[in-house]
Write a protein that binds this ligand. Structure first.
Ligand SMILES: [Zn+2]
Length: 337
């Protein structure tokens, strides 16, 4: 996904939401009053990298506009988009390691930052997955964070700031990215060519993170499970109780993706409930299933639907607490017909 973004070129205008952080960073670029260390915090796929890229690209751009947006055409912008800008260094967990070591920080940051920029007035260090910095690594970088050379800017990206030493946090300008509205993510996906019903469902699953939504759309298993679950649930009124209990096989097959199965069931029954109670088609997520949803809204009573939704939530919780899956799923299947 990062590759896809970089092909399109980073810019503030291409970023969905995050209006406050965008305004803050653009104002810093325009005024030249920059912090020497930033911490961007937010869940996976929320837009930390895109925002950082837009910021750094504009910072280094030779012809940025008066709003603090990069030109996208100068030599600096081009090399930034090709990810080979000589004054942008990216640091992250090396190879299959799950942490950023003190050795890496000494070599790639502390030593490197003393070498002057190659052809810009700034030199920027982007530490991706900075919550993977070891304690030793954090301690080692304290002095550099506090007093980098005048041209140096260090940007830490992290899902959460909980693992940082207070002394690191106090040296950074902290920018927290908030979840994006589900409807906004849905229409953003559609603008990128994702069909409406898939976009709506991925947006509902993405917990406010556009990157996660996009990844779901590109995940074949996601689409396969969605179709399998919906097909199964569609047939319930017509098949025997025995057949419904065979739904176990579905859970067997997608054992490793329990959470997705449950989420699809929730989306499905939520839609039936919304349709039954409001008749409002605009509020449905499964827009490619309207006819079936309408039929099922007539098939189930309101009490039954509420019971089903409550049971799905309850069993999902039990399974997360290691309950016997076969038993729990039997209980759920039993009330579907
Ligand atoms: Zn430029």
């Amino acid at each position: 996904m990062a590759d896809q973004m970089s092909r399109e070129g980073a810019s503030f205008s291409a970023i969905l939401g995050h209006e406050g952080p965008k305004a803050h960073l653009k104002a810093a670029i325009v005024s030249g009053q920059l912090g020497h260390a930033y911490l961007l915090e937010g869940t996976r796929g929320i837009g930390k990298k895109m925002l950082t890229d837009a910021f750094v690209k504009a910072l280094l751009c030779e012809h940025k506009n008066e709003e603090g947006e990069s030109c996208g055409k100068c030599a600096s912008c081009r090399s930034f988009d090709h990810r080979n800008h000589p004054d942008v260094k990216r640091i992250g967990p090396a190879g299959d390691k799950n942490s950023i070591s003190v050795k890496q920080i000494r070599e790639e940051l502390i030593k490197d930052i003393n070498v002057r920029p190659y052809d810009s007035t700034r030199k920027v260090y982007i530490i991706e997955a900075a919550d993977k910095l070891t304690m030793e690594a954090q301690n080692a970088m304290l002095k550099t964070l506090e007093e980098p050379p005048s041209y140096g800017i260090i940007i830490l990206l992290a899902e959460s700031s909980a693992s940082f030493l207070p002394t690191i946090l106090s040296r950074c300008v902290k920018i927290s990215l908030q979840p994006i509205d589900q409807a906004l993510i849905g229409s953003w996906l559609q603008r990128r060519g994702v069909p409406k019903e898939k976009a709506n469902i991925a947006a509902a699953f993405a917990q406010g993170a556009p990157g996660q939504a996009l990844q779901l759309c590109e995940n074949e298993e996601f689409e396969e499970i969605r179709q399998a679950v919906f097909e199964f649930l569609t047939r319930i009124p017509e098949v025997s109780e025995l057949e419904v209990m065979r739904g176990q096989q579905l859970w067997e097959k997608y054992k490793s993706a329990y959470d997705k199965l449950f989420s699809f069931m929730l989306v499905w029954y939520r839609d039936i409930l919304v349709y039954q109670e409001t008749g409002d088609l605009q509020r449905l997520l499964c827009t490619d299933q309207i006819k079936t949803i309408g039929g099922l809204a007539a098939y189930y009573s309101n009490e039954q639907l509420i019971q089903i939704v409550e049971t799905i939530l309850e069993i999902d919780k039990k399974l997360k607490a290691n309950a016997n899956p076969a038993l729990a799923i039997d209980c759920l299947l039993m009330i579907l017909k």
